[in-house]
Design a protein around this ligand. Sequence first.
Ligand SMILES: [Zn+2]
Ligand SMILES: [Zn+2]
Ligand SMILES: [Zn+2]
Length: 665
Amino acid sequence: MRVSARVPGAAAAAADAASPESFRRRVRAMYALTPDATIQGLCPLDVNARNIDSYEQGRWELVRRDVAAALGDAVARRACAFLDDVGAIQDAFGIRTNAVNFKKVLLRALYETEALELRLRRLLTYYRGDMHKDGGYRDAARFRETCAAHGRCRGAMKAICDARVFLKQICCVPRHPECYRPKRLATMPRTMITRGFVVRARAKTGRDADADRAARDEDDVVGYAFTPRDETQPSLTNDFDRLVTRAREELRVRTHEMDFIVASLVARGVAKALVVREELRAFSKTCGDVARDAEKLASRVRRDHDDPDIVMRERFTVVDEETGELHASSEALEAFRVAAEMDSVALALEGSAPALAETKRWIDEALANPRTRLFAAGDDAHTTSFVPDGFALVKMVSEYAETIERYEPGALAELARAGRVDGAAAARVTRAEGTKRCGRCDRSYSKLWIVGSTCVLCEQAARDAGRCPISPACPPGFFCPHARACLRCERAACDACGVSRGDAEDVAQLVETTNAFCVFLDFDRTICATKAGASPLPKNFRDLTPEALAAAARRRAVDKDFVSLLRSHGRAYVVTRNSNVDAIETYLRAHGVARPKVRRVMPGESKGPTIRRALDGEVDAAARRGEDARAPSVFVDDDVRELLRDDVREMRERVKCVLFSRAAS
Ligand SMILES: [Zn+2]
Ligand SMILES: [Zn+2]
Ligand SMILES: [Zn+2]
């Protein structure tokens, strides 16, 4: 949007000085939701905790625009230079972007780790008999290795989970500085799962200086639970408060002008960006503390307790040299049991400590390099290319995959031969069987071996055949051969298949970084929380007063990031199957989209031709004006079927597809 660089005239300035009231009246008059307003949107003077989400935010330019419009260019230049100098505001926005990207990388790492942990857990149950006296402990090494890999993998998984959960909370702190600090942040580190490992380990080892602390920690709530006393902690606004105080003291503007500047800082997300930075510092410190405690305790456990493998070697007696068969007295078994218990305590700590340290390292990196775009989700061919060099989290976790590769094929082959195996193998197969029936092969398994209604064997067969392992209804085209996963049913995304996955913030970032030529957004369940085909407004919306219409529009939740994209991008379209085109346009106007471009697609048709027509029209128009139209466009839909139709896929060079999913944030 273009803002005329209106400098308040001498008369206006004189009136302002005489009366703050007339200043506020003049400023309020510049803001409106209509396209002819000087600035589209609500006036920052009216921002409060309830309406703050309706303000366009997240960019420093927005403050400059507000201040220039109200106080003139000269004051805006001076004030904004001062504010950015004192508050490092642009840096804070850069840090926030890196935090958002890091959060996404952590989600991916979490998915990968969860998948590995599940496979290790299966092997653990499957080979449990290795540790039974009937087998003479002949295959104990296999079980012990699986145990160690699983224990550490689980520790790492919980650390990644902590990192992801807290990063998400930090990125979503309330925009308004008067809101309370989110409970989970207010209660860290008690609400970290990995901190629970530390507390438990202390309780089991506590003898010295830490014993007191361990006793106190017993009262700690472990896991994601809260106590009432935590609920009213204020947001971390030290940086913001300091900035405002200094500005009030040193920036030579009148009090009511300063009030306006502060309101703009709040409305445009500056206050939030500064809170995010403080929260990141606090979380980095906490991660470091917990990592250090975990490491210290792990080595103490290792020092003070026997290794289960050594107990076996030293206290079990050899029965048969040839087969390696062992015998254990009941004392030896008890010693082994204790050692194994302490071993599992140490494994959780050993798995989580490095993952927490790595999390801390990258938060610090983000804080120290606000101008460097870390973890920028690029559009390169490689799905992992957005991970910076030296990011060890993924590699750390993939080490556990070696154990899986060593033992899983044997287990699956045995399962497949069920009925034709005997002895120990038959006992193992029995351990995987249960009461849950596979929808594809009629065999029944225990819960661990069935995902959805597909057993582990059928899942593998489906993947090998290039078919969706979850839903038999998915056509082969939904299956991505690169990730070996169904793009509709699983949490897969693949650049080679032209489908990435993201929430509205991801889309906004993609549009920003690729300088997207056109944007095409689905409406139902994407921009607006309407059910498919429902009108976002009541039937009589044409007869409503502007106030009633605004109230009706507010009743339907809208995605803020998408709406600000529609407001700010000159070639943003809504492409929908919803027939209520009029209502959608009115609804979007009520949300500040000056000229909504809504295109309806008829039942049974693909969205492809509609997108192609709009795109070609925009390319022609750009050519007439001599503008560059080479940048790719972006198409967003929450239904992967819309993205995978042939006529959409054919445009892959010109149109990047994003599968909209809120969970992907
Ligand atoms: Zn099956
Ligand atoms: Zn693919
Ligand atoms: Zn599927």
